[in-house]
Design a protein. Structure first.
Length: 70
């Protein structure tokens, strides 16, 4: 039961992140608009993507460092 619950949670989080990335790209195209709304939306969505990436070790360079030591 716990494995199914964890799998469902991960699926939901990945779906939210994919939608967030699409929203970020869409509103990034509107950054030159006269409104502050696209800037705020892109800032919030980038914040989510960065925090989600940090939580999932997307920015970890351990593989690169291990290759350099050899």
């Amino acid at each position: 039961m716990k494995k199914a619950k964890k799998s469902l949670k991960n699926t939901i989080l990945k779906t939210i992140t994919a939608i967030d990335a699409l929203v970020c790209v869409y509103y990034a195209c509107w950054l030159d608009a006269d409104s502050w709304t696209p800037l705020v939306i892109v800032s919030v969505t980038m914040g989510w993507l960065i925090l989600f990436g940090i939580a999932n070790n997307w920015f970890d360079d351990n593989d690169f460092r291990e290759d350099a030591d050899k």
